[in-house]
Design a binder for this molecule. Structure first.
Ligand code: AMP
Ligand code: MG
Length: 295
């Protein structure tokens, strides 16, 4: 089936943050209408393509793919990881979630804990939240910054600009070392978040996901959106673009995320390692040995 992945990528991929404005990006699917069956087929095709590419990434063992997922509570961070990565070999995938930093983590620089969690070459690493929280929740709640144990003289008005600079330098460094990077902002509307919170309250199997704190955080919605916008403006680059994923419709969001990941891997021109003459001879000898075995 023809699957024009570009249509899912182009409107949402920001490779130069300069003039980014969140208001030009919808949270809904823009009237995208496909039957459930067709959507299912597209997603299935993506999952299979991803599995295929991941196998080559792993076999080749040169590049790594780093995927960063950010978004408000209930934006669908866990779900998107679960669905989009459902076909890939778990051995080639490292998924890490970053919560409120521990005392040990606060005793280090802000990139420390994520640096330790970077995927090895040949693997796909997924950060469910990341160092970008340092420009989001920490920016929206300045008291968190106060508790970070930074030397006070270094905490000035320039701190956000400095963090963006440091993140950009870090990501450029990673890119130069063989990391392909894609960053996803799961963009949900405040209304959709409310509907999802109500679902978490009403459905017993979803109760565990709900916390009262999440509802209180809704008061800061506007501040969060400003922080997301500023973050994308300052850190969307060619080697580490942001993808603003319309996330009110979950299947649509999955198609966008899957398309971007597939495209990122395709750009690496992955191939299984070439077999040279010496290696071919070795394989032939091994075959002869196996065949000569008795029994
Ligand atoms: P959840 O993903 O729902 O389990 O929530 C994790 C919580 O950790 C969220 O409220 C995040 O805002 C918070 N968090 C993640 N990273 C940081 C950080 N660097 N500083 C402060 N809070 C953080
Ligand atoms: Mg939460």
């Amino acid at each position: 089936m023809a699957h024009d992945r570009n249509a899912f990528i182009k409107p949402h991929l920001i490779a130069d943050g300069g003039s980014f404005e969140l208001k030009h990006h919808r949270t809904d699917d823009g009237g995208w209408s496909r039957s459930k069956k067709k959507t299912g087929k597209l997603i299935q095709a993506d999952i299979e393509r991803l599995a295929d590419l991941q196998e080559k990434l792993y076999a080749q063992d040169r590049w790594a793919l780093l995927l960063i997922i950010q978004g408000m509570d209930a934006a669908g961070k866990d779900g998107i990881i679960k669905h989009v990565m459902s076909g890939v070999n778990p051995q080639g995938c490292d998924i890490r979630a970053f919560k409120v930093p521990s005392a040990e983590e606060l005793d280090h620089d802000f990139l420390w804990r994520t640096t330790k969690a970077l995927p090895e070459r040949g693997r796909i690493g997924i950060f469910n939240r990341s160092y970008y929280e340092e420009t989001l929740v920490v920016r929206v709640h300045p008291e968190i910054l106060k508790n970070e144990k930074m030397p006070p003289a270094l905490v000035t008005k320039a701190i956000w600009k400095e963090r963006f600079e440091d993140i950009n330098a870090f990501e450029r460094y990673l890119a130069r070392n063989g990391y392909a990077i894609r960053k996803f902002f799961l963009n949900v509307s405040r209304r959709e978040q409310k509907a999802r919170f109500l679902e978490r309250i009403d459905e017993p199997e979803k109760n565990w996901k709900f916390s009262l704190g999440d509802v209180k955080e809704r008061e800061y919605w506007h501040a969060y959106m400003e922080a997301f916008e500023d973050m994308i403006r300052h850190t969307a680059t060619r080697h580490a673009p942001w993808v603003v994923v319309p996330s009110d419709n979950k299947p649509f969001a999955r198609l966008v995320v899957a398309a971007v990941i597939i495209d990122a891997l395709e750009q690496l021109h992955l191939e299984f390692p070439a077999v040279d003459a010496a290696r071919r001879k070795e394989l032939k000898n091994a075959r002869a040995l196996l065949e000569a075995e008795k029994g």
